[in-house]
Design a protein around this ligand. Sequence first.
Ligand code: CMP
Length: 140
Amino acid sequence: MAVERTLSIIKPDATRRNLTGKVNAKFEDAGLRIVAQRRVQLTRGQAEAFYAVHRERPFFDSLCSSMTTGPVVVQVLEGEGAVAKNREVMGATNPEQADPGTIRKDFAESIEANSVHGSDSPENAAIEIGFFFSQVDIVG
Ligand code: CMP
């Protein structure tokens, strides 16, 4: 399988509870390498732009609010099949349906405050990485 990169966000519910290191340990234990990372306070406009594909969803407004309640950690993860591997490590969107040992099972507070975001395809990973990082920020 090819080496890929994917965009990950550690969400405000997790940074608030000081879980950045514990989340990163799950990525690294799964063989994912953190090749770029920045802690940032998203503006409302940035959250709306990042989640633009969900604009028509009933939870869009609330999601954008929750993403601006505190700092997030945006990061690029690299590894063999990184997009799918990251989704495995995160677990299902709804923590009640997430497998044991996944980030969302262990840490998420709710379906919305679900601790992490990860790109859902290599195509979206390229778009989402470009939203936060330039090539020079990524050191593999
Ligand atoms: P994420 O992987 O960041 O992608 C979109 C986000 O919307 C998702 O994680 C959740 O935080 C949120 N989300 C998805 N479905 C729901 C839902 N049914 N109710 C509230 N929030 C949701």
